[in-house]
Design a binder for this molecule. Structure first.
Ligand code: TEU
Ligand code: CA
Length: 555
């Protein structure tokens, strides 16, 4: 046994807002800060403790704000710094906290540092980014970008290439330059002094580039893999430890790193000694679900219980007592969780959304709820490439379909299943025009199912997905076993049921979840003593679990 140190960010539930799609206050079709402020009571009533906003900084929006041109200014479309200050004080007035997205592995190519940097080899800002000479008339090495194509872009002015692990409008900052670190750390302190409560750090595992050799090329792939030289390196950890000393330790923050990697990596970033971050998002359960082909995430691969459970149980077991965990299934980079892991048909949508909610609120770690998930919002399933806005789709289309390597219909099917735009359609507030998101034309279409999936209806209906989330959040606040309890998997080989228990200070919580759309045999809950804390069915049948049934008991 171990004693877990208490912390507010372990007890909290975090709600992620994708500002562009949350609420539009001025009718231009784009969500904004005043739109968020207008809906804070909705979030307060849901019970969430912390709001994490995807980037709200000045940006030309090649990647919806993940390309920042000024870290100390607000994106024009989202409002002004006064709007931000007002939003922050209204969040605090309701006893909630605000976590900002920190995107500092790269900036926008329109950031003043890069504008200077690309002026020439002698510019004082040259070394703020990563410039290299080409090799044999091509790029410096074989690395591919995360968003298709080469990770290097040739620049006419100086005849050199710059590195961009994402789009070419997102040049990678050179963290090896102490001036870059000074600039980023000063900026972070500036936001903390304003009173924000934490950072979600975008692709933080990539900041320490150690060498620039060719990466391994998997069969069929067009480019080499940069990760052996750029991910989870010693220098990345050194920079984070420096950030901890120079910034994070001066404030009381929630810090969460966004980085792919395995549990060993997570143990280093989120270690209980507190030398780096509070927690990281695991990617293995989400991004591990593909066919392992050169197409990466573009596949028909579903989310079988055996795979997802094995991965998440391993994260639970490996981290407990050593590092704090996060629990999430959906975010702005993933499709809608009910469509991917549950069942978004009319018959099972509600019950499976509640089953998944039970999972993320009763595993060990801080739960992250992505906007609209609390309503059971579903994928949009676009059918043509032109309907997508996301640069990731267009780049992949160019690389694989336009070049004749992949059939268009196949790719469209993969897009419909896994595209990020599935989760970026506007929040569904009510049954009015555009689901109450905007009075103008929404930047991305509203899912037509808003007529029966929307916040206003669900707030009125005690059996809604929304109220189920509200009750789960309340249970977390009232039962320390949900936050701090030791995790032990149960029925690990059951083909249908995900089950586990949590134990803390003489209390035991037992959870059983039917991952399937049919009745399955299960006697665990008949044999388990205690009171029922929550379930997505009004009554239970002996010896079985009903489709997507979830039961939580406390003894
Ligand atoms: O995402 C990091 C990341 O690794 C993504 O490539 C992710 O795997 C992909 O979106 C899945 O399709 C972060 C942000 O969350 C994402 O929105 C940004 O586009 C990206 O970094 C670049 O800043
Ligand atoms: Ca707007």
């Amino acid at each position: 046994m171990f004693t877990e140190k208490k912390a507010w960010w372990k007890e909290a539930v975090v709600y992620q807002i994708y500002p562009r799609s949350f609420a539009d206050s001025n009718g231009d079709g784009i969500g904004d800060l005043n739109g968020i402020t207008e809906h804070l009571d909705y979030l307060k009533n849901l019970g969430v403790d912390v709001i994490w906003c995807s980037p709200v900084y000045a940006s030309p929006n090649h990647d919806n704000g993940y390309d920042i041109s000024d870290y100390r200014a607000i994106m024009k479309e989202f409002g002004t710094m006064e709007d931000f200050d007002h939003m922050l004080s209204e969040i605090h007035a309701r006893g909630m906290k605000l976590v900002m997205d920190l995107v500092a592995n790269h900036s926008s190519d329109e950031h003043a540092w890069f504008v200077e940097s690309r002026k020439g080899r002698d510019n004082p800002y040259r070394d703020y980014y990563i410039w290299r000479d080409g090799v044999n008339g091509g790029p410096p090495n074989n690395w591919g970008s995360c968003f298709s194509g080469s990770a290097w872009e040739y620049d006419e002015v100086s005849g050199q290439y710059y590195l961009h692990l994402f789009t070419k409008e997102q040049p990678d900052l050179n963290w090896a330059n102490p001036k870059v670190r000074d600039g980023i750390f000063d900026m972070m302190c500036w936001w903390c002094d304003k009173g924000i409560d934490g950072f979600r750090m975008d692709v933080i595992g990539m900041i320490g580039k150690e060498s620039f050799e060719d990466g391994p090329v998997s069969p069929g792939a067009l480019y080499g893999d940069f990760s052996p030289f750029c991910m989870h390196t010693h220098t990345t950890h050194a920079y984070l430890q420096e950030m901890r000393r120079r910034v994070l330790d001066k404030y009381d923050l929630l810090t969460v790193g966004e980085t792919s990697g395995n549990t060993d990596n997570a143990l280093q970033y989120a270690n209980n000694e507190g030398t780096e971050l509070n927690m990281v998002f695991g990617f293995e359960h989400n991004d591990g679900l593909n066919d392992g082909t050169e197409l990466g995430k573009w596949s028909d691969h579903g989310a079988p219980l055996a795979e997802v459970r094995k991965t998440l149980n391993r994260w639970q077991m490996s981290l407990q007592g050593k590092a704090w965990n996060t629990v999430y299934l959906g975010n702005h980079d993933q499709p809608r969780q009910v469509s991917r892991y549950g069942n978004d048909s009319e018959l099972f949508r509600t019950v499976s959304a509640k089953m998944l909610a039970t999972l993320i609120h009763t595993l060990r770690g801080t739960p992250y709820v992505y906007q609209g998930e609390e309503l059971g919002m579903t994928n949009i399933y676009f059918s043509s490439v032109d309907e997508y806005q996301d640069v990731e789709n267009h780049n992949a289309w160019h690389q694989w379909v336009e070049s004749g390597r992949v059939d268009a219909q196949d790719m469209l099917r993969y897009f419909a299943r896994i595209s990020r735009d599935n989760a970026r359609t506007p929040m569904q507030w009510n049954t009015q025009q555009n689901a109450g998101f905007t009075t103008g034309t929404p930047w991305l279409p509203v899912n037509r199912n808003y007529l029966f999936i929307n916040a206003e209806d669900q707030v009125k209906d005690p059996n809604s997905v929304y109220h189920y989330y509200r009750r789960l959040i309340e249970l977390r606040h009232n039962n320390p076993v949900i936050v701090y309890g030791l995790f032990t998997p149960l029925l690990e080989d059951d083909p249908n049921v995900w089950a586990y228990k949590r134990e803390y200070e003489g209390k035991t919580l037992t959870v059983a979840l039917n991952w399937t759309d049919h009745k399955v045999p299960c006697t665990l809950m008949d044999e388990t003593e205690g009171v029922e804390l929550i379930s997505n069915y009004p009554s239970h049948q002996k010896g079985i679990l009903q489709p997507y049934e979830a039961i939580v008991k406390l003894l």
